[in-house]
Design a binder for this molecule. Structure first.
Ligand code: SER
Length: 317
C-alpha cells in the first residue's frame, strides 16, 4: 500500500485524476509538473514546479518528497511529438532517464510508468499480445519503448522496481495534451460545448480506448501489485473497448441531441492511427494482477456526459 506518492506530469490529463484517486485512498501526494498547480488540484497536495529534463531539479524534488512510489507520467504525446521530435526526445527519453536515475540515487522502491499503444508499430496480430517485436513509427513510441526497456533494466539491476501499463487512448472529462487518440474525447467535449466536432481521422479508424477511472485503477493496480505475482515482467497491455470512430460518433449523436460530428482526415495523424493496434490482448494483466476494466462504451458515455456538463458550467473545460 502506497503512503507517499510523487507524480511527474501531475498537471496533465492522467495526473489530475490520479492525484484525486490517491488522495481518496489516504496517500500523501506530491505533484510535479513544468506548469503551475492547476486550480483544480487542492492545496494539500505539495507541488514541485520541475522540468523533467533538468536532472538536478528532478533529483532535488524526489529527495525532498521521499516517496514510496514515483508515478512517471510527464511526456510529449504522439501528435505533439511528431511536430517537435527533438523536444519529444528530450522530455520523454532524457526525462525518463532523469527520473529513473533520481529514483536509483534516492532509493525509491517503486516506479510506475505510463506506456502506450504507440509503443507498437504496424503489421501485428489483432489483438496484439503482450510480447511482440516493438517497431513504433513515432518519436513518442520510440521513447516509450525505450522507457519500458530502461525500467526493466533498472529492475533487473535491483535499482528500483519498475512497472508500466500500455495505455490505449484515454477518455475523460478533461483536457488532453496533443495525442492522436484525442478525436474520441473531443467528440464528447466539443460535441457538448459547441454542438459540433470535425474529427481529424477517417470514420473507419479503430484503435483501443479506455475510460479514465479504469486507467487510474490500472495504473494504481500495477503499481501496488506484489512483485511475486509479476515475476520478472514489468510491462502490461491493458484495454477497454475498440470502437470505430464512426461508432463513437453514433453513440455521441444518440446521447447529445442535435450534435454534428463530421470527419476530415489529416494525413499524418491518420498515418499514426493506422500504425497502431486495433485492439490489445490484456490477458497477462488479468492473470498477474487481476486487471479488470469496469466501463464499456455505453457505460462510459452515460457517466461522462453529466461530468462534462458540470465542468463546462464551472468553466473548467
Ligand atoms: N493517447 C496517446 C496519444 O494519442 C497514445 O498513448 O498520443
Amino acid at each position: 500500500m502506497t503512503t507517499r506518492a510523487f507524480i511527474t506530469g501531475a498537471g496533465g490529463q492522467v495526473g489530475v485524476d490520479l492525484i484525486a484517486a490517491l488522495r481518496e485512498r489516504g496517500c500523501e501526494v506530491h505533484g510535479s509538473d513544468i506548469a503551475d498547480r492547476p486550480s483544480t488540484v487542492d492545496a494539500s497536495v505539495r507541488w514541485h514546479k520541475v522540468d523533467v529534463t533538468d536532472a538536478a531539479a528532478v533529483r532535488r524534488a524526489i529527495q525532498s518528497a521521499r516517496p514510496d512510489v514515483v508515478y512517471h507520467l510527464a511526456a510529449i504525446l504522439s501528435s505533439g511529438g511528431e511536430e517537435k521530435p527533438q523536444l519529444c526526445y528530450l522530455v520523454n527519453q532524457t526525462g525518463t532517464w532523469n527520473v529513473l536515475e533520481a529514483c536509483r540515487e534516492e532509493k525509491v522502491p517503486r516506479v510506475a510508468f505510463a506506456s502506450t499503444i504507440a509503443a507498437f508499430g504496424p503489421g501485428l496480430p489483432d489483438p496484439v499480445p503482450n510480447e511482440v517485436p516493438m517497431r513504433p513509427r513515432t518519436m513518442y513510441g520510440v521513447t516509450k519503448v525505450a522507457g519500458e526497456l530502461l525500467g526493466e533494466y533498472y529492475t533487473a539491476r535491483g535499482w528500483t522496481d519498475f512497472r508500466s501499463v500500455r495505455f490505449p487512448g484515454l477518455i475523460s472529462a478533461g483536457k488532453p495534451g496533443q495525442g492522436t487518440s484525442d478525436y474520441a474525447l473531443y467528440m464528447y467535449t466539443d460535441g457538448i460545448k459547441f454542438g459540433r466536432y470535425e474529427a481529424f481521422c477517417r470514420p473507419d479508424s479503430k484503435i483501443p480506448f479506455m475510460y479514465m477511472p479504469d486507467a487510474i485503477d490500472g495504473l494504481i493496480g500495477v503499481a501496488e501489485a506484489p512483485r511475486e505475482r509479476l515475476g520478472k515482467r514489468c510491462t502490461y497491455n491493458i484495454q477497454g473497448f475498440s470502437p470505430l470512430a464512426s461508432e463513437f460518433a453514433e453513440v455521441v449523436a444518440a446521447a447529445v441531441p442535435g450534435v454534428k460530428i463530421t470527419f476530415k482526415p489529416v494525413e499524418w495523424r491518420q498515418a499514426i492511427l493506422d500504425s497502431w493496434p486495433r485492439s490489445l490482448d490484456d490477458t497477462v494483466a488479468r492473470a498477474d494482477w487481476d486487471w479488470c476494466p469496469k466501463y464499456g462504451l455505453d457505460a462510459m458515455t452515460k457517466d461522462i456526459i453529466p461530468k462534462i456538463r458540470e465542468k463546462l458550467a464551472r468553466g473548467e473545460l
